[in-house]
Design a protein around this ligand. Sequence first.
Ligand code: MG
Length: 375
Amino acid sequence: MLAPFAAHDATSRGRKFPETSPANRSEYQRDRDRIIHSAAFRRLEYKTQVFINHEGDLFRTRLTHSIEVAQIARSIARALGLNEDLTEAIALAHDLGHTPFGHSGQEALNECLHDHGGFEHNLQSLRVVDLLEERYAEFPGLNLTFETREGILKHCSLKNAPELGELGKRFLDKTQPGLEAQLVNIADEIAYNNHDVDDGLRSKLLTIDPLMRVSVFAGQYEEVRRRYPDILPRRAIYETIRRMINHVVTDLIENSRRRISHAGIKSIEDVRRHPESLIAYTVEVSEKSRELKRFLRQNLYAHEQVTRIMGEAVKVVRELFEAFMREPASLPLQYREKLQQQNGIRERARIVADYIAGMTDRYAMREHARLFPGG
Ligand code: MG
């Protein structure tokens, strides 16, 4: 069933700590299963996507976002003959390194670590699966395959790439990851572009009128209104978003199939050597998708009601970082033990960052309340 250019168990670059192959599942199924059983995966339930967790039960969290990414990515993988298990593993793990409070939390932590090597959430996701999950007797982390780790490390700064060995090499050589990694990257964007329209409308921070200036929305919404003039507004929105997803996914599958065939791709090594990403939209859909992204940035992510809460969140992260740096004795035991083996300020900052990045929104607020009573 798998295309020759898909990732195959037999040609995997393997795991850092060699293990015997699983008896009743594939290597990538094993990766996926380990991700699902990790603590970091469960924490995604209480981490912000755009709306803080307690703002309402129907808004996406990082967990439901990751599941939607996996759904979209698997559909595309199957249609293209790619490895569905690997695709699912990458999708479920892609946000494991996210801080509490979404992008604001990540920017705040990056600023705190300015003099200590910075903070990148993709790198942190890799750190979670390579190091921070302590569950297995035989090795640190989850000991995932090279291909899953390659997919998790979506971006990486040139400053950090040399420290990552084989995995960092592609950022220096400007080569591509496997197709499964490429497609999760776009499935991530498809998921958030669409669910953020849905959540934005539900929160009433977005309304239909301005969205009608966005062509990918307007086209589908008009069609739904014309065909089903009597359905309730909420249902028309769902139907519109369903069609928007279908529209871009179909374009992506068909265009990527053409690109793979035109480039004469025969193996995953051909994929890696190809000068650009093979999983890509047509120019028209790519432009439409950028238009929607721009709209969301200006009208939802920069909405005063979102930025006000995020301003508070930034303060929580910053004050937590400063407090733990000043007084490491207030860290939990396992982090204090790690600190005892380290003495540099840079190492201390990294351990504190690992602790803060792992927090859920509400846990971060609780820790803040503990350290700043009455604050
Ligand atoms: Mg994501």
